[in-house]
Design a protein around this ligand. Structure first.
Ligand code: ACM
Length: 533
């Protein structure tokens, strides 16, 4: 019997004798709320198997049914599922349609990889070895962050990433929609954001810190509101929530390029080099109005209960140098201009609360006055001792984002041919050993909990989907496994042993991952603009 190489590893997998034959005679059986999951399975199986399976409401008279059912008495966890493959039937049981979706994704991985292709490539029966799976995730937040600000990624690639994330049973797509280098969200009442703020005349080449030069080529793009509604709906159909991030008060130079009156200093063009800008929002009424308008679009377009407001890396130099900012801080009764950071964040959080949304911020939101306790904090600075523990002790729920394990913009190895990346190294092995709640954190008796973890694709050095896929895969498998599967089970069944099967699925899907032996010649940085630093 072949090895079961599902990624992320389910909690319980028991091989049984025999096999189920998947052919055109098979019918999918579902009623009520389970019907959308049956359609999902239908749609996912059709291209690679060639079978447009019937969807029926009863298994009476069906020779080999695949039954999808919601049954709260058998599965309690909202994202848990049971999957039973027997010679004469397959049963998928969950408490919710989302849980059924995860059963569907696991079922796909039990099939030969070729069935993930966009058309059948072999004739003959498809055998699925009999197996019983009982599964539920370790964490409710299992995310993938894609930075579409540093490099715009076209819509069809976002939809592809949703599909790939769903295959990994990830349930959050976090979109980083603005930064100093570009603004990506259509905001009808502030049109210059997507006329001027969404493109730059050229882009820095070379490493993150040392500037080699500029490429002289314009780069940009933005998402129309209907593009985003489409992405949100597509993601929802696959069990994912799209969490938008509109970062304030720093990382806003692209917005300032479009509306200089929102800043304290003269106009600044969209930033063409990496690193974060010293130019940030001024504490003026127009900036607050801007934030409210943007958040109103965001809450209208994204049904996500969570909205990310950034809050990281906001240099205070402009505020210190500005008589207006100092006066404003004094009028507001703030101890110093530094507290303008939390003043901005609190205004955004209050507005989001009025729209029944919960704010999320990077861990610097804890500084200079902090934020209300129900703000979710993404702890990313791995070099700050006890960061997650302190954050939870302060009452915040945490998403674990330690850069050393989850920042997939880091180099994947010491190989001299690795293409230019952020100058740190995060190997697959390191991430495969990453525990979002290490023992020392389990001992923390704070009011906050660890909601989960996510992977981060900052795209300074990824200008197109091929480069994103190279950096994302296979490390995304390790983050997804950290998010779904408990540590004991991961130690017992290391990802390594399932990697070849996993990679064969990526091959079928045409994902340009980094091979375990190192970059392929055309994936290397060479000695040109993508040379490693
Ligand atoms: C971050 O990496 N600045 C969140």
């Amino acid at each position: 019997m072949d090895r079961i190489d599902v990624v992320p590893l389910p909690q319980v997998v028991l091989r049984r004798p025999g096999a189920f034959l998947l052919d055109g005679e098979v019918a999918l059986v579902a009623t009520g709320m389970a019907v959308p999951a049956a359609w999902l399975l239908h749609d996912l199986l059709r291209p690679g198997t060639g079978y447009a399976l019937r969807i029926l409401s009863t298994d009476d008279g069906v020779t080999r049914p695949v039954v999808l059912k919601l049954d709260l008495s058998r599965v309690a966890h909202p994202e848990g599922y049971l999957l039973d493959v027997q010679p004469d039937r397959v049963d998928l049981v969950a408490a919710t349609v989302q849980g059924l979706g995860w059963a569907v994704q696991t079922f796909r991985q039990l099939l030969p990889s070729r069935t993930l292709r966009s058309a059948p490539v072999a004739a003959g029966p498809i055998e699925v070895g009999c197996v019983s799976v009982a599964d539920e995730p370790r964490f409710p937040w299992r995310g993938l962050m894609l930075d579409v600000a540093r490099h715009f990624m076209r819509k069809d690639f976002l939809l592809r990433m949703v599909d790939l994330a769903a295959l990994h049973r990830l349930n959050v797509l976090h979109l980083h929609l603005n930064d100093d280098q570009g603004w990506r969200l259509e905001v009808p009442s502030w049109p210059r954001l997507t006329e001027a703020g969404c493109w730059r005349p050229e882009t820095a080449t070379g490493p993150t810190v040392a500037l080699i030069g500029h490429d002289g080529t314009p780069h940009g793009g933005f998402y129309r509101i209907d593009d985003l509604r489409e992405i949100v709906g597509y993601a929802a159909g696959r069990g994912l929530t799209v969490v938008p991030e509109m970062g304030i008060p720093g990382h806003t130079q692209a917005a300032l390029s479009a509306y200089p009156e929102l800043g304290t200093t003269s106009p600044h063009p969209v930033r063409t080099r990496w690193g974060h800008s010293p130019h940030v929002l001024a504490p003026c009424p127009e900036a607050l109005e801007f934030i409210i308008d943007v958040l109103d679009v965001v809450t209208d377009v994204f049904p996500s209960p969570f909205v990310h407001i950034g809050g990281d890396e906001c240099p205070r130099d402009e505020w210190r140098a500005s008589g207006y900012a100092r006066k404003r801080a004094a009028e507001l009764g703030l101890p110093s201009v530094d507290s303008l950071q939390s003043w901005f964040l609190r205004a955004a959080i209050t507005h989001l609360a009025s729209r029944q949304r919960r704010a999320v911020g990077w861990d610097q939101v804890m500084e200079d006055g902090g934020v209300p306790g129900d703000t979710v904090v993404m702890c990313w600075r791995d070099w700050v001792p006890n960061l997650a523990a302190m954050t939870m002790a302060a009452g915040h729920d945490v998403v674990q984002c330690p850069a050393d394990a989850t920042y997939l913009d880091h180099y994947q190895s010491d190989h001299p041919g690795e293409p230019v990346a952020f100058p740190k190294t995060t190997t697959l092995t390191h991430t495969a050993g990453y525990d979002p709640v290490p023992p020392e954190l389990m001992a923390v008796q704070g009011a906050g909990v660890v909601l989960g973890t996510q992977a981060h694709l900052w795209t300074e050095h990824m200008s197109n989907p091929r480069q994103v896929e190279y950096m994302a895969f296979p490390r995304l498998a390790a983050v997804a496994e950290a998010a779904w599967t408990g540590m004991d089970r991961r130690r017992e069944h290391p990802l390594d042993a399932r990697l070849l099967g996993y990679l064969s699925r990526l091959d079928a899907l045409g994902v340009e991952y980094r091979p375990p032996t190192g970059p392929l010649p055309w994936q290397e940085g060479g000695s040109g603009a993508r040379c490693r630093d």
